[in-house]
Ligand binder design. Structure first.
Ligand SMILES: Cc1ncc(COP(=O)(O)O)c(C=O)c1O
Length: 384
């Protein structure tokens, strides 16, 4: 089967013309494995995508099979599939289904949290820089947003954040590991911080990159080791370690009351049947998840090897991306990579000379470093 015709076919699939047909009757010469080969990118624009912290390898084979077998059900509403996935997630975290809220990506969960706990006269406290979705939703409901710079070691400045807490602070956002810095805030410090918050303040702990941080002794998930606090909401995503960013699924685990308040702002039937089945398969496929984490560790190590060979010193990464000081305006560096058909993360005004690079496959990273070596800056101006 030639690449071009396969791509053409994938395009028609995307246009929605042949999905059900495929589920039952593969086209002649087009194997099922080829159709869903995770390394066969459906993007044929020639760009290398190191910009969104998703997963360059795609989902595991078992998840791909689940996606394939779900196609025959896409004419039905996903009632049973969603409730069994919710139960599956609850069981995973030793929680009750009423303590789990799923969303169209954890982005939707962040929107629900902002809508439920913020509004005019209320205040969100967050780090700077951090993942901006919740800030955008906070502003959309006319909340004040206080951003407190990360410490020089790139963890949340929890003392600084606590100093800003007042009667109108109804929500605090802690992203751990933090996007864009890939850095950790020690669990013990977060626990102390939460213990000192007023009773009217909820806390979202965003664990989007949880799986990549597990090796660090100072990290601890607030789902796996929960604290007895009804105002803590923990979010996770299927976009990174499970390679399902395009299918959109995230969830929150929290006390029943907090979940109920957020659920009021959920979109009815927002979880589709394909992702419901794919996510169940992903949770069952422990080997697949472990392999994804292991591969990321290798790719991250290789990134640091390459950086060290160039006397560069990126921020220690506990995620599937790396942030690094270029000592030059980030916009110019981003544009250089763009001209070389490589997309890296957008610029972050609070760290205007840093770039964020999502880890890609080895061949993609070789292209990244080749483009890096072509940056038109004298080497001594790019090093610590
Ligand atoms: C920290 C963090 N939280 C949440 C999200 C959103 O993920 P999802 O794809 O689940 O909406 C991202 C995506 O980049 C992220 O970096």
């Amino acid at each position: 089967m030639k690449k071009t015709s396969r791509r053409g076919f994938l395009r028609s699939l995307r246009a929605g013309t042949a999905a059900v047909l495929v589920a039952h009757r593969p086209l002649p010469g087009l194997s099922r494995a080829a159709l869903f080969d995770p390394v066969e990118s459906a993007h044929d624009d020639g760009l290398i995508r190191l910009d969104r912290n998703d997963n360059a390898y795609g989902p595991s084979r078992k998840v791909i099979d689940a996606i394939h077998s779900s196609i025959g059900s896409v004419n039905r509403y996903p009632v049973n599939e969603c409730s069994s996935l919710r139960k599956r997630i609850a069981d995973l975290h030793h929680a009750k289904p009423e303590q789990v809220l799923m969303g169209c990506g954890s982005t939707e969960i962040l929107r629900m949290a902002a809508f439920a706990f913020l509004g005019r006269g209320k205040q969100l406290i967050q780090a700077s820089p951090t993942f901006e979705a919740i800030e955008n939703y906070a502003r959309a409901v006319s909340s004040d947003v206080i951003s407190v710079r990360l410490t020089p070691r790139f963890s949340h400045d929890l003392d600084g954040m606590r100093a800003r807490v007042g009667p109108s602070t109804t929500l605090v956002y802690i992203c751990n590991p933090n996007n864009p810095t890939a850095s950790l805030t020690p669990r013990k410090d977060v626990e102390d911080f939460i213990g000192k918050l007023p009773a009217s303040t909820f806390v979202v702990i965003d664990e989007a990159y949880h799986h990549y941080a597990g090796q660090s002794g100072m990290y601890g998930s607030f789902i796996d080791h929960s604290i007895d606090n009804e105002r803590v909401i923990v979010t996770r995503t299927f976009s990174s370690v499970y390679g399902l960013a395009g299918l959109r699924l995230g969830y929150a685990v929290a006390a029943r009351n907090a979940i109920q308040r957020m659920r009021q702002f959920a979109t009815e039937e927002d979880i589709n049947i394909v992702v419901a089945q794919a996510a169940s398969a992903a949770l069952d496929d422990l080997d697949g998840a472990n392999e994804s984490v292991r591969r990321n560790m290798d790719d991250r190590q290789e990134f640091f090897n390459q950086a060290m060979a160039r006397a560069l010193k990126p921020i220690e990464s506990h995620a599937n991306f790396v942030m690094m000081n270029t000592f030059h305006p980030a916009e110019d560096v981003i544009e250089h990579f763009r001209r070389n058909n490589i997309l890296i993360g957008r610029s972050f005004p609070a760290m205007s000379t840093y770039i964020r690079i999502s880890l890609g496959r080895p061949d993609e990273m070789r292209r990244f470093w080749a483009a890096w070596d072509m940056l038109p800056y004298p080497k001594h101006t790019m090093q610590h």
